[in-house]
Design a protein around this ligand. Structure first.
Ligand SMILES: *[C@@H]1O[C@H](CO)[C@@H](O)[C@H](O)[C@H]1NC(C)=O
Ligand SMILES: *[C@@H]1O[C@H](CO)[C@@H](O)[C@H](O)[C@H]1NC(C)=O
Ligand SMILES: *[C@@H]1O[C@H](CO)[C@@H](O)[C@H](O)[C@H]1NC(C)=O
Ligand SMILES: *[C@@H]1O[C@H](CO)[C@@H](O)[C@H](O)[C@H]1NC(C)=O
Length: 502
């Protein structure tokens, strides 16, 4: 258990900034990136709170002389009906994710005790930056008079639409959403942001059909109410990339101040890449010729979809790197059985022709996206993947599976012009000829569409790169946002003079 003795001040005369990330790789990675930036750019002591296993992992990705503090919060998964040592979503099957999110509220008394001991020692933290999924922490922050900001690991546009959709449930009997003729392409204005319209088909099955007491709906509503009580929201994005989404979020004044502080992405690995031959393989291909396919660390597709993808990619004639996992219904940690799960002889044919590589476990995604031979990313449009791809100037072929991913895909295609949606939802009917067609359009760098997408993606990469740069007196937008965030927290703080170093 962390105590104020353990929470050393690593920087003299500094106040603590406490970071409370959710226990999933897709949330821990951007939080760590945020911690590093805050540590470099502010005089404050940055402390990340989490469960012992996640703290151990975070420690291994920080240099030994880091000034970032890591502090353990106790967590007993079995108290919540979870398997022992479930401390991260990456070890959980999908049906245990919801109980796991709920279980994270058991940190509350521990956080309370920590804040209480810090405050009574005269060391009130400057602020708490809490993951959206840990937004219950706003109550503890309020109690101790500490500035509180939510950290949203998604983008502004996707989040704004997601919040709007889940705020206006239920849609079950809503005739705007369901019509007699069921015209799925018809657009309707979003209730909170009428300048943005959504097609009926872009509203996923679950918000369309759930009752108000659906467990996910209840959870999201609860999160939304915590978020509305927070002082503000930090997003992992870039202001210039998401002017519309940022405008939406600010227009409601419901989420306090909103800061775009990104891109917070995984740095290219400092370790030599031993696991795959991807990079060497990419070196043998011409610039922008290879399609990279990955649906994120927690997703897979079903057997029929996998068969059609295999046929379609082969038929496209384009070289590809495919990060592939056992299909839905099989244990994701099983050995991959290509002879059962892929079209007959596919793996041998693509290897013989140097057309494709199947990566069975982990791929060095940033290194692949950053390689000049990579020409497009076929992705589930999770926000971290989107930012990584755009940071490397790589256009996206979208197959959003759930959550706010279809809205990210909409941003890429309709607002930024750097994406084409190939399919939507994990239940999508995938056809090989459609896969081959879409891959052909995007990879054809001389066609009007493919070429235009590539040009725009390169421009966006420049915009993203500029956000965290400071040179010749010019500060990038994300740096200005960090400064404004800290200023805002400082001007809201209650001073009880804790400038003794322990
Ligand atoms: C930690 O060590 C590295 C490499 O020796 C050095 O570049 C860096 O400045 C050090 N950081 C701190 C905070 O001392
Ligand atoms: C929707 O309509 C059904 C049947 O007409 C009705 O039983 C139900 O209460 C309605 N639900 C809501 C949320 O209005
Ligand atoms: C139906 O949904 C639309 C779009 O979200 C909303 O504008 C409208 O107010 C809803 N109607 C009812 C009766 O809830
Ligand atoms: C995969 O999903 C598609 C679309 O929902 C469905 O038509 C197909 O039957 C599923 N295949 C398997 C093997 O589950």
């Amino acid at each position: 258990m962390a105590s104020e003795q353990e929470l050393r001040k690593t920087k003299a005369n500094s106040e603590h900034v406490l970071l409370l990330p959710f226990m999933a790789q897709g949330h821990l990675i951007p939080t760590l990136a945020l911690a590093k930036i805050l540590d470099q750019r502010t005089p404050h002591t940055i402390t990340i709170l989490n469960t012992p296993l996640n703290i151990q992992r975070l420690r291994s990705s920080l240099p030994p002389n880091t000034t970032i503090q890591l502090s353990k919060l106790p967590f007993n998964p079995t108290d919540h009906g979870l398997p022992p040592s479930s401390e991260n979503t990456d070890s959980l099957p999908p049906h245990l994710i919801l109980p796991f999110i709920r279980a994270s509220e058991s940190f509350q008394p521990h956080l309370h005790r920590l804040l209480s001991s810090l405050c009574s020692a005269g060391c009130r933290p400057l602020c708490i930056i809490s993951d959206e999924f840990m937004s219950w922490s706003v109550d503890s922050a309020r109690e101790f008079g500490i500035f509180h900001s939510v950290f949203n690991t998604g983008g502004a546009y996707g989040s704004a639409i997601f919040f709007s959709v889940w705020t206006h449930l239920p849609y079950k009997n809503n005739t705007t959403i369901h019509t007699a003729q069921d015209d799925e392409d018809e657009e309707f204005p979003l209730p909170d942001f009428p300048e943005t319209t959504l097609r009926r088909s872009q509203l996923s099955e679950s918000p369309r059909s759930v009752e108000e007491d659906d467990p996910w709906a209840v959870l999201f509503r609860k999160h939304l109410s915590f978020i509305e009580r927070s002082d503000g929201m930090i997003l992992n994005t870039v202001e210039e990339l998401e002017t519309k989404g940022m405008r939406h979020l600010r227009s409601k004044n419901r989420w306090g101040r909103v800061w775009a502080i990104g891109p917070l992405i995984r740095p290219p690995s400092p370790l030599p890449i031993v696991e795959t031959n991807c990079i060497e393989w990419l070196n043998q291909h011409p610039p922008a010729s290879v399609v990279y396919i990955s649906f994120g660390s927690q997703n897979t597709i079903n057997l029929s979809q996998m068969m059609e993808m295999g046929k379609g990619l082969e038929a496209s004639g384009k070289p590809f790197i495919w990060v592939i996992r056992p299909p839905t219904g099989f244990d994701l940690n099983d050995e991959f059985r290509a002879e059962e799960w892929l079209p007959e002889g596919l793996e041998e044919r693509i290897a013989a022709r140097k057309q494709g590589v199947l990566v069975k476990k982990w791929a060095p995604q940033m290194e692949i996206l950053g390689h000049e031979s990579t020409g497009a990313f076929l992705s589930h449009c999770g926000w971290n993947s989107v930012l990584e791809s755009l940071s490397c100037g790589v256009p996206i072929i979208g197959w959003p599976m759930g959550a706010e991913q279809p809205f990210n895909s909409k941003l890429l295609e309709e607002e930024l012009g750097v994406g084409v949606e190939m399919a939507r939802w994990s239940k999508a009917e995938i056809r090989a000829d459609e896969v081959a067609r879409v891959v052909g359009v995007v990879m054809d760098g001389v066609s009007e569409k493919g070429g235009e997408m590539r040009r725009k993606a390169k421009q966006i990469a420049e915009v993203i790169r500029g956000a965290l740069v400071e040179e010749e007196g010019r500060k990038g937008s994300s740096i200005r946002a960090i400064e404004d965030f800290i200023q805002t927290a400082l001007s809201n703080r209650r001073i009880d003079g804790c400038f003794k170093t322990h």
